[in-house]
Design a protein around this ligand. Structure first.
Ligand code: PLP
Length: 375
């Protein structure tokens, strides 16, 4: 059987990884400034993470959500304490798109409405409900179903207020920082006004922190820079450091009912072990603070480099708008310097390294970046 050929692949096969480094099957070492798409939070194969996963798989790999799994409560307790939402509830699922689907579902149940406001170029996932709230032409599906969605420009509060005045909007969904679109942070003032208009109209404010959450920006969630509170937050990627897990963090104003949401694999024992290890290491190694400090250092060093039009982002979620003549830079970094980076359209390089990245690793990246851009 062939694999369904939907990914453009680099001809590299990583077989081993440690911290911010990967090795391919020929033994070549790579530096990871991509984090497997913002997924690697505490670093590859962290010893505490592998220990906890191995210990769990030897005991019990899976049993269903119809029996008590106290690991789920441990995830909820630790997450509540660390993310700043201790009074919210957690629903566990398997991915970012699934978390967003469940968030939208909850918003519709709660309000009895179904229209959703989303923002241009945001990306919320690839299931049909999540695709419906994504207008990125590269991702849009002709088979959209589900929610009726209105796309608005980011940072235009008047446009939002005008739509909410119509009285039929269940939810606003917005990324903490737009990732796939090329790293665009909403203005703090816009987010503060969004919180106010949502409250006024009883519209559910959903923050998609799937990419920007779990400490990547230097705060647990990116929207916390605006000093506001969401009604629902969705999370995935960094939550399991590579073990698939997603979460919906839900305000106490939503009352659960049996059968309202469900999942077969969500919150399974292994996923919980991974999630607990991530939260433990994030805290013990002060990785959110490291993301803040290393992010500032990386931005400062990037500002001394050529080939750049603009540097955007926060912490270790950085978008580098490259000059048009730098379209080959990512390939050169990968194939000549052995450094993984992420991309976005319009010549944007996305930097999403593990939150444990060191100054020394940043210096290597900057040295190689300059080598290619100052030729
Ligand atoms: N939301 C955002 C902001 C994302 O960046 C992504 C994936 O890139 C998703 C949702 C979808 O997550 P998943 O691929 O885990 O379904």
């Amino acid at each position: 059987m062939n694999l369904f050929d939907v990914y453009t692949l680099w001809n590299i096969e990583p077989v081993r990884a440690k911290g911010c480094r990967l090795w391919d099957k020929n033994g070549t070492e790579y530096l990871d400034f991509y984090g497997g798409h913002a997924v690697i939070s505490i670093g590859h194969t962290h010893p505490e993470y592998t220990r906890m996963l191995k210990e769990q798989i030897d005991k019990l790999g899976f049993y269903s959500n119809s029996v008590i799994n106290s690991l789920q409560q441990e995830v909820a307790d630790k997450l509540g304490e660390q993310c700043g939402y201790p009074d919210y509830a957690l629903f566990l699922c398997n991915s970012g798109a699934e978390a967003n689907e469940n968030a939208l579902k909850l918003a519709s149940f709660h309000t009895g409405k179904k229209r959703v406001i989303a923002f241009r170029e945001a990306f919320h996932g690839r299931t049909s409900g999540a695709v419906a709230v994504t207008d990125n032409p590269a991702i849009q599906s002709p088979f959209n179903t589900g929610h009726e969605v209105t796309f608005l420009p980011l940072n235009d509060i008047d446009a939002v207020a005008k739509e909410l005045d119509k009285g039929d909007v269940a939810a606003i969904i917005i990324e903490g920082i737009q990732g796939v679109a090329g790293i665009f942070a909403p203005d703090n003032e816009f987010l503060q006004q969004l919180e106010v208009v949502c409250k006024k109209h009883d519209t559910v404010l959903i923050f998609d922190e799937v990419q920007s959450g779990y400490g990547r920006t230097g705060k647990f969630f990116a929207h916390q820079f605006a000093g506001i509170k969401a009604d629902i937050i969705t999370t995935a990627k960094g939550m399991g450091n590579g073990f698939p897990i997603g979460g919906v963090i839900i305000s106490p104003k939503f009352k659960p009912q049996k059968g309202m949401l469900g999942t077969t694999f969500g919150g399974n024992h292994l996923a919980c072990a991974a999630a607990i290890a991530v939260l433990k290491v994030l805290k013990e190694e002060s990785l959110i603070n490291n993301a803040k400090e290393m992010g500032e250092y990386l931005q400062k060093e990037l500002s001394t480099c050529g080939g750049i039009e603009e540097i955007r982002g926060r912490g270790l979620m950085i978008g580098v708008q490259l000059k048009p003549d730098q379209s080959e830079l990512r390939n050169k970094l990968l194939f000549e310097s052995h450094i993984f980076t992420g991309g976005a359209k319009n010549n944007v390089m996305r930097l999403l390294p593990p939150l444990s990245i060191s100054k020394n690793e940043i210096d290597i990246f900057i040295r190689e970046f300059k080598k290619h851009t100052e030729k």
